[in-house]
Design a protein around this ligand. Sequence first.
Ligand code: SF4
Ligand code: SF4
Length: 290
Amino acid sequence: TIAPLRKPTWIRAKSQGTPEVARLKDVLRTAKLHTVCEEASCPNLGECFGKGTATFMIMGDICTRRCPFCDVAHGRPNPLDADEPRHLAETIRDMGLRYVVITSVDRDDLPDGGAGHFAACIAESRKLSPTLTIEVLVPDFRGRMDPALTIFKDNPPDVFNHNLETIPRLYKQARPGSDYEWSLDLLERFKTLHPDVPTKSGLMLGLGESLEEIEAVMRDLRAHGVDMLTLGQYLQPSKNHLPVDRYVTPEEFDHLRVIGEQMGFSHVASGPMVRSSYHADLQAENVLHY
Ligand code: SF4
Ligand code: SF4
């Protein structure tokens, strides 16, 4: 067996947490809601919760797909909880959040891929927190793009995020069941329907791609009207997941940010610890002008 790569110094350890973070975690336990922040043991948790940002995972924690880089359980998901939109809205209000990212596992088992549930979560959360900014980070609704886009028509989010995750050459290996062109198409068609809502996408680096391949994906995203970009380092959740091929240096991340800005992205977050939702509020600030 090959020994895993040693983590470089720029990969930070987990944050320790403050009394305020403990209080917010209590609110979450009472509401029985899942956050990616906690489940992925995200190193940015203290900072994000402290600033009123969190990423919620709706529609359960069992995914119908099996991406070998991802730590989410897979199998047959539980039925949808019709009360979840209301519980989510109450929790967001009780946590005093100002920017939320709502995301989900992939629900290939549902006729609309879960779009209706997303829309209900947006509507309920807006009702209880009128000044809240809502970003959705959606699955690809494979085979169900038309109903999904129709459902979002009446309840569009403030930011529409869908991650490509990696370069097309690595899709077969890293994203079985997903399709690069389909994902680009989803981003483009949402933008056509909602020209005023910023679209966003992201990649994990360090899975074996070259810098040229990353730049080609960035060009594809711009060609499909995508406004915002996140680039972060892939970290292996356990030894049973895809290994890290290499650690991209902070200088390379900086270089990609500059190139992205030159390509016309309105915001590029690029760095080893960047996650799709990291500083999502700041990423959106100069795009949404709120
Ligand atoms: Fe949560 Fe995203 Fe912040 Fe991590 S970066 S703590 S997942 S909001
Ligand atoms: Fe994880 Fe998303 Fe892949 Fe499901 S579709 S296994 S949640 S990355």
